[in-house]
Design a protein around this ligand. Structure first.
Ligand code: PMT
Length: 399
């Protein structure tokens, strides 16, 4: 799968270094050539000889004065690489790259890399949550550096929480996808909405729905990895926005409408995966509503239909809606395509187990204006996202 691909594996000083040995082995098993660069701190955990033995080649450790039977020309590996993976990546190395510090062979090589650079962070929970680290990660992500999210669980320092290096299989899978992924959305501007909207009843209560944002976030990540410039407008969720995208958080339907309309003229493709509230309380109270009567009547007023409004003003943009239905899936979805002037609709059947709100999987049909249906089996929302993008990719070809 990775034949003729050169992966430079940067290894930094973390107890998770032992997993880097497995990552190196798995990359090679998948056909990649691997060259390893270790920091001084990494050498305190594993000797370079381990990686030399696996790769059958030299391991880069020093910028200057490393006299071995092979010659490392400083940063030449970085320029040959098809992909640069740093695993485990400490807060230290991420901080240095973020600040443009190049004071050893690894940081110098990362700065000189012309290939995609992927960090797989590993650190203590508090370090991971530290706003300084989070800022660094966001800045690097905004510059196109990629991150494989760490896992949650027992950490070597004895804490429980987020910060463990992702599993080697997951990291290698990410690398394989990156190296084999089509970049068919390069230079395309996508606007994706996700999550629920919240409609306040009083200062502490709201109407909402069960959307977790998983579908929209998966789409945003997939489109970004396929080269798209993604803006994700999201209602409140518990998810971390995928790296490398522009993120606009909103609460209410009216806020989502404003954000969407601000972006629309600069957009090639809109995918509306958000579950938008059709109604909101007509007179939200300024003070907390007291429990006085047995019944509480709340008057609702209709919200704007954002997608319908976009359908009226669209020029060359491709509009994709989602339809969450509990009956007559295709019929109702087709009505929405016509009514909202859409190019496609993704219909999810809420009555099927594993489909729709909250779950990690979905079962969808992608339908175009002519009524042609592409039906997909139950799969993860990440996989569904790529299937949807495959269909859209055919549509934008040559545009
Ligand atoms: O977030 P998850 O937990 O992963 O769940 C994913 C999902 C089930 C929310 C998603 O797959 C989905 O189906 N989203 C759309 C749900 C929905 O609101 O469908 P609808 O039939 O009410 O709306 C049709 C389309 O019009 C949608 O694209 C919606 O974003 C849009 N709409 C609806 C109402 C409104 N006032 N403005 C809109 O733009």
């Amino acid at each position: 799968m990775l034949k003729n691909k050169l992966v430079v594996l940067g290894v930094t000083g973390s107890i998770a270094v032992y997993k880097a040995v497995e990552i190196c082995r798995l990359l090679m098993k998948n056909g990649a050539r691997v060259k390893v660069i270790m920091t001084r701190a990494a050498e305190a955990f594993v000797a370079p000889l381990t990686f030399e033995t696996i790769t059958g080649g030299p391991v880069g450790t020093r910028m200057f004065g490393q006299v071995r039977s092979w010659d490392i020309q400083h940063i030449s590996w970085a320029q040959e690489a098809d992909l640069f993976l740093v695993a485990p990546a400490t807060a230290n190395v991420i901080g240095k790259v973020c600040q443009g510090i190049a004071d050893d062979l690894l940081t110098t090589s990362i700065m000189a890399a012309t290939s995609p650079v992927i960090f797989a962070p590993a650190m203590n929970r508090e370090m991971y949550n530290n706003p300084i680290y989070q800022d660094n990660m966001e800045k690097l992500a905004a510059r196109g550096y990629q991150f494989v999210e760490p896992g949650t669980g027992y950490l070597a320092c004895g804490d429980e929480g987020k910060g463990r290096l992702a599993e080697p299989e997951e990291i290698v899978d990410y690398v394989i996808k990156e190296l084999t992924m089509k970049k068919d959305f390069s230079d395309r501007k996508l606007l994706i909405t996700a999550g629920p909207t919240r409609e306040p009843l009083d200062p502490i209560r709201f109407f909402s729905n069960f959307s977790s944002g998983k579908m929209g976030y998966a789409l945003a990540e997939a489109a970004s990895r396929r080269g798209g410039q993604v803006t994700l407008i999201s209602g409140p969720t518990n998810l971390t926005p995928p790296p490398g995208i522009r993120f606009i958080p909103v609460n209410t339907t009216l806020e989502m409408q404003e954000a969407v309309f601000d972006e629309f003229s600069r957009t090639d493709l809109v995918i509306k995966a958000a579950a938008v509230a059709d109604y909101r309380p007509a007179n939200p109270k300024k003070q907390k509503i007291k429990k006085e009567e047995e019944f509480l009547n709340v008057k609702l007023t209709s919200n704007p239909d954002i997608l319908l409004e976009l359908g009226k003003i669209k020029k060359n943009q491709i509009l994709v809606g989602f339809a969450a239905e509990t009956e007559d899936l295709v019929k109702n979805a087709m009505e929405k395509i016509k009514k909202k002037n859409l190019d496609f609709i993704v219909a999810n059947d809420l009555t099927s187990p594993g489909a729709g709100f909250e779950v990690d999987t979905n079962l969808v049909k992608v339908i175009n204006r002519e009524g042609d249906i592409r039906e997909f089996p139950l799969m993860t929302k990440k996989e569904v996202s790529h299937k949807i993008l495959d269909v859209l990719s055919e549509k934008i070809k040559g545009r």
